[in-house]
Design a protein around this ligand. Structure first.
Ligand code: NDP
Length: 373
C-alpha cells in the first residue's frame, strides 16, 4: 500500500498537533480521504459528442482523493469497441455526463485500496462491473463495488476484452435455447469480437457453428483463421440466399439459435434458416438497418425473435455476484485451457489514439484496436 498524504484542513491540524497525530491509530489514519500516490493520469477525454477523431483528445487529469471504499487502479489495456464509438458519437443507449473519458471495457491493476475495501487487494487485476467507467486512461480512482477481480494467469489481451464480448457470447449461448452437443448455431458478423467468442464457446460445448461473414479479398485467410479457432462452416452473406444452404443442412441440423449482430437483410436470411421454434437473438446493428421478420417464419415456423444487451444483464444481476462470478470463472477456465483466446487484436499506445480510433471504424479490418498503457 502506498504512503498517503492527508489532504485539506486535516493535514494542517495534524501537523499542528504532532502529539495527537502520534496517538491516532494507523487504521484510523488510513480512513481519511487521501491523495493517491499516483496524482494524475493521461486520459482520452471528450467534451462534446461527435466524430471520435475530432472530439476525443489526450489530456492530463488530476485524480480525485482515495476514499474509504475506493481503489487506485493502473489501467493496463482497454479495447475500442463499437459501443465506445457510439457513446462518443452520442448515439448509444446510455450516455455519460460530459466531459467524459471514453472506453467501457479494459483491465487494470490495483495500486492502492481504501480502508473499507475488503474484496480487492493491492496487485489484483480488475475489470469494470458495468459500462461507463471511462477506461481509456492510464490510472483511475474507482469505487471498489464497480469492479470485479479476475482470477490470475489470464493473458493481458484476454483480460482486457473479457467483460463485454465473451460475456455476451456466453449469455446468448446459454439463456435462450437449451443447446446440446451436435446442435447448430448460425451467426452473422462471425469475425467480430462477439463472433469469435461465440465460435470458441460453442466449440467447447460441442455445438456446431455456421459463420456468416462479408465477402472480401482475403476471405480464404479469414476462413482459415475462424476455422482454426473452431468454426465448423464459414460462408459469405450471399451464400445464405443460394441452394448451397440445402447441401449444408444435409451435413448439419438446421440451427436452433441465430445470433444477429448486423440487422437488415442479413438478419432476415438468418431467420429463414432457423429450425421450427428456434430463436434469433439480435445483439448488434452494424448495418444500421431494421430487422424484417418474414411472416411465414412467424406463422409456419413459430420462430422467437429476441434481443440481448449485456449491460442490462449485468445491471439485473448486480446484486447476484454469483451469476457474474460463475460466468467469469467458466470463461477464465476456457482461457486457461486454451479453448478461448482473445479476438485478433492490434495493440496501440495511448498517444496513437487517432490512428486506433480511425482503424476501429474501418470496415473489413478484422482486428480489435486495444489501447495498451
Ligand atoms: P468488432 O469491432 O469486433 O467487429 C465489428 C463487426 O461488424 C465485424 O464483423 C464487421 O465485419 C461487422 N460490420 C461492420 N460494419 C458492417 C456492416 N455495415 N454490415 C455488416 N457487418 C458489418 O465488434 P464487436 O464484436 O465488439 O461488436 C459487434 C456488434 O455487437 C456491435 O454492434 C456492438 O455494439 C454489439 N455488441 C452488443 C453487445 C450487447 O450486449 N448487445 C455486447 C457487445 C457487442 P467486416 O469485417 O466485414 O467489416
Amino acid at each position: 500500500m502506498g504512503v498517503y498524504r492527508v489532504v485539506g484542513t486535516m493535514s494542517w491540524r495534524l501537523v499542528a498537533h504532532k502529539s495527537a497525530w502520534r496517538r491516532l491509530s494507523p487504521a484510523l489514519f488510513r480512513c481519511f480521504s487521501v491523495k493517491p500516490s499516483v496524482r494524475d493520469c493521461t486520459a482520452l477525454l471528450y467534451r462534446n459528442h461527435g466524430e471520435p477523431s475530432q472530439v476525443v483528445q489526450l489530456e492530463t487529469l488530476q485524480l480525485p482523493p482515495l476514499e474509504n471504499n475506493s481503489v487506485v487502479v493502473k489501467i493496463l489495456a482497454s479495447p475500442i469497441n463499437p459501443s465506445d464509438i457510439n457513446m462518443v458519437q452520442g448515439t448509444y443507449a446510455i450516455l455519460p455526463d460530459l466531459p467524459a473519458v471514453g472506453g467501457n471495457e479494459g483491465v487494470g491493476q490495483v495500486l492502492e485500496v481504501g480502508c473499507n475495501v475488503k474484496t480487492i487487494k493491492v496487485g489484483d487485476w480488475v475489470i469494470p462491473r458495468d459500462a461507463g467507467l471511462g477506461m481509456w486512461r492510464t490510472a483511475a480512482v474507482l469505487n471498489a463495488d464497480d469492479l470485479v477481480t479476475l482470477p490470475s494467469e489470464i493473458p493481458l489481451l484476454s483480460a482486457a476484452t473479457l467483460g463485454v464480448n465473451p460475456c455476451t457470447a456466453f449469455r446468448m449461448l446459454t439463456d435462450f435455447e437449451n443447446l446440446k452437443p451436435g446442435d447448430t448455431v448460425i451467426q452473422n458478423a462471425a469475425n467480430s469480437g462477439v463472433g469469435q467468442a461465440v465460435i470458441q464457446i460453442a466449440a467447447a460445448k460441442g455445438v456446431h457453428t455456421i459463420n456468416v461473414v462479408r465477402d472480401r479479398p482475403d476471405l480464404p485467410q479469414l476462413t482459415e483463421r475462424l476455422k482454426a479457432i473452431g468454426a465448423n462452416h464459414v460462408i459469405k452473406e450471399e451464400t445464405l440466399r443460394r441452394p448451397e444452404m440445402k447441401e449444408l443442412f444435409k451435413v448439419c441440423p438446421r440451427p436452433k439459435l441465430a445470433l444477429n449482430g448486423v440487422g437488415g437483410k442479413s438478419a432476415t436470411e438468418l431467420l429463414r434458416h432457423l429450425q421450427s421454434g428456434g430463436t434469433m437473438v439480435t445483439y448488434g446493428g452494424m448495418a444500421k438497418q431494421p430487422v424484417t421478420v418474414p411472416v411465414s417464419s412467424l406463422i409456419f415456423k413459430n420462430v422467437k425473435v429476441r434481443g440481448f444487451w449485456v449491460t442490462q444483464w449485468k445491471r439485473d444481476n448486480r446484486h447476484n455476484g454469483e451469476a457474474l462470478g460463475s460466468m467469469l470463472n467458466e470463461l477464465c477456465t476456457l482461457i486457461r485451457t486454451g479453448k478461448l483466446s482473445p479476438p485478433s487484436c492490434t495493440e496501440v499506445s495511448l498517444k496513437d489514439f487517432h490512428k486506433a480510433l480511425e482503424n476501429a471504424m474501418k470496415p473489413y479490418i478484422s482486428t480489435k484496436q486495444v489501447l495498451v498503457m
